[in-house]
Design a protein around this ligand. Sequence first.
Ligand SMILES: [Zn+2]
Ligand SMILES: [Zn+2]
Length: 241
Amino acid sequence: MSGKTVVKNENGLVSRLLPAVCPLCRINAAPDAIPFCDSCLNLLQTLITEKCPRCGRAACACTCARPENSRALFFYGSGVSRRIIYYLKDGADKRAAAFLAELLLVSAGITVKRADAVTFVPRSKKRVRKSGYDQARMIAAEAARILGLPLVAALRRRGKGEQKLLGRKQRLEHALKQYETDPEVPEALRGKRYLLFDDVTTTGATVSACAKLLRESGIAQAVTVLTLSVTDLKTADGGTK
Ligand SMILES: [Zn+2]
Ligand SMILES: [Zn+2]
């Protein structure tokens, strides 16, 4: 997304005239420094403070039905949560990714002292070819830049196939077959504390499998999972991730 409409005047000087439209509502203007409009930001603020129906905590503190060391920025469900996730899936907006990555790091209390390196759950090659980029990688890259930590493509996708019809335990086994670690991760980036990023998690099977692979390969000494969104418990049973 361009910040503002760019025009050249008769002297060839570039000036920016019209404010950017908020990509979430496509109605209001978004300010220069922030990618979304005030109204969408208010919705996002409400979303971030929404409480889990089981433990009464916000998404950044709730660990119900997910791996222990896992934090999310918001619960997936309401209109604005879907708009954010779909928007990031559809277009590589680095500014929005950086804004959301920073909010996630702050909400989850992650500082550079708590990690050594950053990685992500990779999309399938087919999906990356289709959209031209990988949104989990983009969020991870922005988080790595903010923290000043290395971004490491430590995981690779290998299998394909849906896991919709599987039970909880089978989902983890299936997810373990879908990913593998990259044997070429350099020695200097092994045995470190990793932050593992994804955009959405539903049952936690994918992130659990990826964290397990990172630990068992010796690449990670510890893994903290960070996702933008997590489905709440009411919808978790029908999930595919
Ligand atoms: Zn808006
Ligand atoms: Zn909870």
